[in-house]
Design a protein around this ligand. Structure first.
Ligand code: NAD
Length: 444
């Protein structure tokens, strides 16, 4: 099937290449000309395991192409996926300007029936706005005769495992009440729905809300565990034991109940804020969501608070080794990462940071540029030189079993602040480290 995808970010590029991988003929369009040029030359703008291989392979075999020419993309696909960003507006609501700009573009260029599929995460009611925009532009062109439908098909991929998630989705949510659109999307997704029917078809508004409900549920699990961790610390309990104690209950499960230095990334923070905004718009106070958001904001400072408790608030003359810049492992994405909150607080208190991340070094350079109080180091060991302490902010595999003798040798003093609970407090104490983690009250 011929498919156009608007937006070549984490969602558009991954979904576009996965659709090409199973045989569809995909044309990806982006307004960012340098990105498109790079992709044509095989340069992948983001880090995602397995992505480079499938982009190059499908591009070479002619099923995956890239353009900045929106007219060509509209002509190309019976199906038009919208996968552009929906960043938070100042009031926390999702900014729909990119989505509506694509809707207008599709309406400007379409000459035959189209099914417009929203993959971006958009508030309930957006499909109506997309529809209204298309009607408006078609009307202005004198082409109100052209048939189209707007379908909601939210994306559930996880950064860091995006290709695998799209190849083997848990479920595919389709929001439409048009049988023809449903049939078309069944055909698109049939290759991904072979061992059981993965499609859950529902009305558009429910599909739109499903995406927010999923992300907010996951964010709630994290904030709940962080609340328990903070409590455990004050009560002299160990949250890691508590985590195992509750995870063994099948109704709770082990997934997504890791305490830490707060959730970040491009999705949870913005989606929780957007759903809070949506709720207030309809006169409903979202008490649980607001608490989830508040707990997370505070949690991002917990590691800095521990640093201040250890050294005092004046950190001038101190240097910290920082492991992990991305908001989670297996990605180079630093949007709303907890590492940024800690780094910026350290700078404000006068300290210097020597940082390493397996994938996010370029991104850190892009965000912060050259500055005296940040040294981006080529290896995790290089960060340790003359550093007062180590701060761990992302749970990359490469940080899980470091050479502790080397750490002791290189650091000025044996102090570790661990925002991801990677090490065993008792073992760290035996090794002679002052070890500060999240919610491990018994050993602090
Ligand atoms: P992104 O910022 O990585 O990419 C968006 C792309 O759209 C950019 O390359 C931008 O240049 C392009 N773009 C903007 N306007 C355009 C236009 N008019 N025509 C063509 N291209 C245009 O965003 P992302 O992370 O891929 O997220 C996209 C959407 O998917 C968001 O709504 C997000 O909430 C949602 N989502 C993201 C994830 C994730 O893990 N990143 C997961 C699920 C859903």
């Amino acid at each position: 099937m011929r498919i156009a995808v608007f937006g070549t970010g984490y969602v558009g590029l991954v979904q576009g290449s996965v659709l090409a991988e199973v045989g569809h003929d995909v044309l990806c369009v982006d307004v960012d000309a340098s990105k498109v040029e790079g992709l044509k030359a095989g340069r992948i703008p983001i880090y995602e395991p397995g992505l480079e291989d499938i982009v190059r392979k499908n591009h070479a075999e002619g099923r995956l192409n890239f353009t900045t020419d929106a007219a060509e993309a509209v002509k190309h696909g019976r199906i038009q996926f919208i996968a552009v960003g929906t960043p938070p507006d100042e009031d926390g609501s999702a900014d729909l300007k990119y989505v509506l700009a694509v809707a207008a573009t599709i309406a400007e260029h379409m000459e035959e029936p189209k099914v417009v599929v929203t993959k971006s995460t958009v508030p309930v009611g957006t499909a109506d706005k997309v529809r209204a925009k298309i009607v408006e532009v078609l009307g202005a062109r004198g082409r109100s005769d052209l048939h189209f439908d707007v379908v909601s098909n939210p994306e559930f991929l996880k950064e860091g495992a995006a290709v695998a998630d799209c190849m083997r989705p848990d479920r595919i949510v389709i929001g439409t009440s048009d049988p023809e659109s449903e049939e078309l999307l069944r055909e698109v997704y049939a290759p991904f729905s072979r061992n059981r029917d993965k499609l859950i078809v529902m009305d558009v508004r429910s599909a739109e809300l499903t995406k927010y409900a999923a992300n907010c549920m996951l964010a709630t699990k994290i904030s709940f565990m962080n609340e328990m961790a903070n409590l455990a610390e004050r009560l002299g309990a160990d949250i890691e034991m508590v985590r195992q104690g509750i995870g063994s209950d099948q109704r709770i499960g082990y997934h997504f109940i890791y305490p830490g230095a707060g959730y970040g990334g491009s999705c949870f923070p913005k989606d929780v804020k957007a759903l809070i905004h949506t709720a207030r718009e309809v006169g409903f106070e979202p008490k649980v969501l607001q608490a989830v958001e508040d707990r997370n904001e505070e949690q991002k400072s917990v590691i800095f608070d521990k640093i201040v408790a250890h050294y005092g608030s004046d950190l001038r003359g101190r240097t910290f080794a920082l492991w992990g810049l991305s908001f989670k492992p297996q990605t180079d994405d630093m949007r709303e990462a907890a590492s940024r909150v800690v780094m910026e607080a350290l700078w404000k208190a006068g300290a210097k940071v020597q940082a390493f991340d397996p994938e996010a070094m370029e991104e850190a350079q892009r965000i912060y540029g050259d500055r005296d109080d940040l040294m981006l180091c080529g290896t995790k060991e290089a960060t340790l030189r003359d550093a007062d302490a180590l701060v761990v902010m992302t749970e990359w595999q490469a940080f899980r079993a470091p050479d502790f003798d080397l750490l002791k040798e290189k650091l000025k003093s044996a102090v570790i602040f661990d925002g991801r609970n990677l090490y065993e407090p008792a073992r760290m104490a035996r090794r002679g480290f002052a070890y500060y983690a999240i919610g491990r009250g018994l050993t602090e």
